[in-house]
Design a protein. Structure first.
Length: 139
């Protein structure tokens, strides 16, 4: 009985404080939830911006690769690379043929020379190996 009397006295004295605390707890919870939602929104925006930047950079890389692929080859670099890759003496046989010597000398009998072969057979190496000599007729 004393408890009941004391409790009623407690309730009447502190009931509004307890109610205020409960209301504030609900406000804090809803504010925390709003903050969580705001943080999630900011995180999504940041992720979206990073994705857009990543896609933009990938597109720029693809455009650059396409432009490089479509641009004309650096003939000097290709020539130097191919010259270094061949084994010395590989093309000597061609420059011993009468047809090529006639063509180099400007003979009227041979106006054009045609080198053909499957890809990788070495026709380019044959051409570049002595191309600089053809102009000076030192073959």
């Amino acid at each position: 009985m004393i408890f009941c009397l004391a409790w009623r006295d407690f309730q009447s004295r502190f009931g509004h404080i307890v109610d205020n605390i409960k209301r504030h707890q609900q406000l804090i919870d809803s504010e925390a939830c709003a903050e969580d939602i705001d943080q999630a929104h900011r995180a999504r925006e940041l992720a979206r911006e990073q994705l857009e930047e990543s896609l933009r950079q990938a597109q720029m890389r693809r455009k650059k690769e396409c432009a490089e692929w479509l641009s004309p080859a650096d003939v000097e670099t290709v020539k130097d690379t191919a010259s270094q890759a061949k084994t010395p003496g590989t093309t000597e046989w061609l420059f011993r043929t009468r047809e090529l010597r006639d063509w180099i000398s400007g003979s009227q009998a041979v106006r054009a020379i045609w080198l053909s072969g499957i890809p990788g057979a070495g026709t380019y190496l044959l051409f570049i190996d002595r191309f600089h000599l053809i102009g000076t007729s030192q073959c």
